[in-house]
Ligand binder design. Sequence first.
Ligand code: TRP
Ligand code: ZN
Length: 889
Amino acid sequence: MRTDTSPAILRSNYAPPNYLVDTVELGFDLDPALTRVAARLTMRRNPDGRSNEIVLYGDAVELVALRMNGKPLTRRAYRLNGGELHIPNAPDEVTLEIETALQPDANTSLMGLYVSNGNFFTQCEAEGFRKITWFPDRPDVMARYTVMLRADKRAYPVLLSNGNLVEEGDLGDGRHYALWEDPFMKPSYLFALVAGKLVCQEERITQPSGREALLQVWVEEGNLDKTQHAMDSLVNSIRWDEARFGLELDLDRFMIVAVGDFNMGAMENKGLNIFNTKYVLANPRIATDADYANIEAVVGHEYFHNWTGNRVTCRDWFQLSLKEGLTVFRDQEFSADMVGTDSGRAVKRIDDVRVLRQAQFPEDAGPMAHPVRPDSYVEISNFYTVTIYEKGSEVVRMYQTLLGRDGFRKGMDLYFERHDGQAVTCDDFRAAMADAGGRNLDQFERWYSQAGTPRVTVATRHDIEAGTYDITLAQSCPPTPGQKTKLPFHIPVKVGLLAATGADLPLVLEGEDAASAPTTRVLELTEASQTFRFTGIEGKPVPSLLRDFSAPVILEYDYSDDELAFLMANDSDPFNRWEAGQRLATRRLLTLTRMVQDQEPMRETTANLETYTAVLHKTLDDATLDPSFREMVLTLPSEGMLAEQMDVITPQEIHTARQFMRRLLARTLRNELVQLVDLNQTPGDYSPDALSAGKRGLKNVAMLYLSELDDTDTHAMAQAQYDQASNMTDRIAALSALQNSSAPGRQDALERFYTEFEDEPLVIDKWFALQATSPATDVAAVRALMRHPAFSMKNPNRARSLIFSFCNGNPSRFHAADGSGYRFWAEQVIALDAINPQVSARLARTLDRWRKYAPALQSQMQDALQRVAATPKLSKDLSEVINKSLATD
Ligand code: TRP
Ligand code: ZN
């Protein structure tokens, strides 16, 4: 069924703009009910353009007046079709004056100009500027902006836009104005304004070049006690980009503003980053260690965009990963460098790989699969995906793996040398890397053009007599929509070989000099199958494959349980040490799941688990490993991860098996877990540093295991932690342990928690999410929570905290056999679409892989999808996702 009428935009149709814009002057008369915008654009014919027709885009914006070179344009001088305004036969030099009228307080899409809690904000990426005025709203049109803001002084005392404040004053009638000038050329998607009652924390820093800059973090009154961590993160980001990439802040003023209604995490508008409050506000009372880490990462991410995204931007939206993949890579490296220790860095890597495997691999294997540089889209907002961001980051990381850290830095330097101030493509980035590294990276292009997760199958052969060890790597990639067959990728596979002692062997490839052989090396797989022969290998080694997860692939090798236990205990690569434990646990869990499916009693006994628990013991007691690393080792693969390993997904059975294993481990490791809780207390003042956070993480994961035992001792332990907690990390972990049990105080704790944090929206989000993801919460309970006075569909954070958390984070209840979860999903998708298409389209993604599930579930999922498809007036965003989910090709 195809109800979609919106045409797909094709990458192959790219044409340069006919006109360029030199300057943009914007005048805003801000009023929530009716805002008037006057735009004055000076434009000139683009020598690379195709014709003398000016093309402007507009979306739900009323055109009040239009003048060209001083004269009003008659209705016959231009053509309006839907979102496009064409002015044919325009002169070479043009000044356009455009007046528009908007209703910000009626704008629930949170794109363009909107009102949140009485203040004005904008969001223009990707195509939101056209909701403000008619404009050549495409990233390859870069211009210099001057912005005049006028508003009531009492209601909107603070008036902000990009760049430098050049003038401000009173207008007499209770209104005031501020004039801002951005010294840098920018595409329209980086425009921003903020107006309202806000306060700021500020700090001045000196750049290595001697220039001073003013840093500000703006929040609503009452939140100034929650800005220090964001400010610290900003200062750290600035210092890190100087040190690691030689990139300085190019502005006199850099502002971060927090807003409670926001579609995504944050936005890198030039000099005026706008953030979801979730990624700014923190103090020990309201924020967890994970929140602190996320804030650091997102502040870094948006700051790093100042060079990778803003100074060098994208030619068109198909190139989105050029800025997003690269900037995610940069923020991942920043966060890792902020931790410092080896096993701490590995924990960051593990976290990132988990996201990739749990979210991107499924995307790559489903109906929305697309290459890192897509070939087509209907609605670009649907392409802010884990493929563009996370897989894009892995692609950038592979350049660093292939060229080395110094080589990569040279590539970055060359990229800026060539393209500063330009709007470019992924090919331009690859060319800079290839040229700086003196390497042919032609085949590497396939990482951008081919979708799907490659599989690398490994076979090994040890020849005792010859002392050789062969590693044969074979690659394949499954078909994805529109791409039936794939060509081989250029895959860096980092490997090591462990001797029986556990030590790394020197790696000498056949024909090489044995002197100074490294113990880890990168094998470059470029063909469908290749064999690498190592020499001087006496005893049979255990291979450590894809160290540090050197490529975004699924690696298959037939390890024995003993080999995995050996790697878990000995591998010098901490990522693979963790990985070995996960493989071992996954095996046990899949066996258990099969038993539940076959209605056999789960026979998994302590004896069966011995290999696994023995190394768990060893790892947990190893004080040389960061507590956060030990926490990772103790954490079982998620239900989602396990689902990925199955041909036919049965969520109930996975849940039952995993719960069984958790209880078994809790019983087997009981004494050890209790000890971990005791040994990892963090008394004294709260600090979010990696070591303290790691201790809390390890302690809390141990406590959560213990809560599976559901006895009076473990109840008392959780209750005591809840009552005594001095920070949100410990508080919410204890609350969740209580909810996971039949502890008598559990309902009371939940209610007390609400009352205590009623005035902290971000904490109330946690309160909703905790209940939404509890296996005790069914659809009826979620519906009841939706009637809670604190619930709102209009606030994306709140909708996500309850509805998304349930649909994505509570598999055993969402996938109820009677299909009630899916009917709930359909209702909410439809309801959200009338409010905010970006949010509804995200929720729609929850069912896009319906074909992977057991038949009884599948047909009910299909019904739910069809019900949404049959609803009139769906947004372009939502219909693209639904149509692709139901498509049969
Ligand atoms: N470019 C932003 C980032 O990577 C994210 C972003 C894109 C966004 N589109 C958006 C944020 C729409 C909010 C709304 O950080
Ligand atoms: Zn980004």
